[in-house]
Design a protein around this ligand. Structure first.
Ligand code: NAD
Length: 340
């Protein structure tokens, strides 16, 4: 059994590789990643020496190289995590999001068709549904909720989902899609809310919170997302979308205060900065379908997951310190430097 994981040097892809190799130690896993600013080869250090693991540095938009790789590896399963994934960056420069997230998906779908892949899985996001109002807590995203993307990032992910469903309908390509809520856990790039706040708090730096911090996200520990994808690949019905989320809604400001408390840092580090353009107010997933059809439920409570995550950032300082000392510094200045 050969599995190709694209974007495996990023946050969720790497956690997925670790998860799959721990559960299926004999599976051949091929990681495809072009190592953008978000990809980090050191994340994969623990699996690099394994005989059944291969890392290939190519872009999913490179049709020729992807075709050659599929010809060599003849994968049974392809799971596509590779993406430009940060909303703020998509507001700064949408074009690379369209290139990677849409064209890259098309290149993979064509290769999957040509080489008779048994299952193609597209890792999507709840952001394709747009957002929900704060004043109606009974509203949730189901798989039937219309796509209503707000940012260039979510619009590119929604486009890729539509392309996947079209390949299923037109070419009978055996595929599934998962739309997950916000993940957190080890190896999360420190531009995203939770790792950014942990890293800044540990360095006694200001904790920049957009607007009033009232935006609500539904947080899921990354390993629970990996388990859901594994289940969908094995038991999910072809042509179907599965929402993945843990009914764990929290306001951004409450997360930041919790991190301060866990680290023994003062809340006076919190600084409110001008809001993100088009900032989605609330995401909330209804995971009934994946629960009833596949028996999936999240295993990690947020109170445990956030402690595990904070401990990981404390134990692995060199991993994130190396990142924030490099090019990321320029990006950070552009994002937060001029904001009041
Ligand atoms: N992080 C979340 O909370 C979340 C939630 C739901 C869905 N998702 C989706 O999960 C996937 C992974 O997210 P993440 O947070 O791990 O992202 P990430 O930004 O941490 O990692 C993305 C990886 O893709 C690689 N990549 C980018 N462009 C590429 C290309 N053209 N060719 C090959 N590799 C390329 C990068 O080098 C990086 O290793 C994305 O598709 C994202 O939309 C993320």
């Amino acid at each position: 059994m050969t599995l190709i994981v694209t974007g495996g040097a990023g946050f969720i892809g790497a956690n997925f590789i670790f998860y799959m190799l721990s559960i299926y130690p004999d599976m051949r896993v091929v990681c495809v990643d072009c190592l953008t600013y978000a990809g980090n080869l050191s994340t994969l250090a623990s699996v690099m020496g394994k005989a059944n693991f291969r890392f290939v540095k190519i872009s999913i938009t490179d049709q020729k190289s992807i075709g050659k790789l599929f010809e060599e590896e003849k994968p049974d399963i392809v799971v596509n995590f590779a993406a430009e994934s940060h909303v703020d960056r998509s507001i700064e420069n949408p074009s690379v999001f369209l290139e990677t997230n849409i064209i890259g998906t098309q290149v993979l779908l064509d290769a999957a068709r040509q080489w008779g892949v048994k299952r193609y899985h597209q890792v999507s996001t709840d952001e394709v549904y747009g957002d929900l109002p704060l004043d109606n807590p009974n509203l949730f995203f189901t798989e039937e909720t219309p796509l209503h993307a707000s940012s260039p990032y979510s619009a590119s992910k929604a486009s890729a989902d539509l392309l996947c469903l079209a390949y299923y309908r037109t070419f009978d390509l055996p595929l599934t899609i998962s739309r997950c809520s916000n993940n957190y856990g080890p190896y999360h790039f420190p531009e995203k809310l939770i790792p950014l706040m942990i890293a800044n708090a540990l360095n006694d730096q200001p904790l920049p919170v957009y607007g009033q911090g009232l935006n609500v996200r539904d947080w899921l520990y990354v390993e629970d997302h990996c388990a859901a994808i594994d289940l969908i690949i094995r038991k999910g019905r072809e042509g179907e979308v599965y929402n993945v989320g843990g009914h764990n809604e929290m306001r951004n400001i409450d997360i930041v205060k919790l991190i301060c408390k866990e680290l023994g840092k003062p809340e006076s580090l919190i600084t409110y900065v001008s809001d993100r353009k088009g900032h989605d107010m609330r995401y909330a997933i209804d995971p009934t379908k994946i629960h009833e059809e596949l028996g999936w439920l999240p295993k990690t409570k947020f109170s445990d997951g956030i402690r595990l995550t904070i401990k990981w950032y404390l134990d692995n300082r060199s991993w994130w310190e190396e990142i924030i000392s490099g090019e990321y510094k320029n990006y950070y200045e552009r994002m937060y430097g001029g904001r009041q």
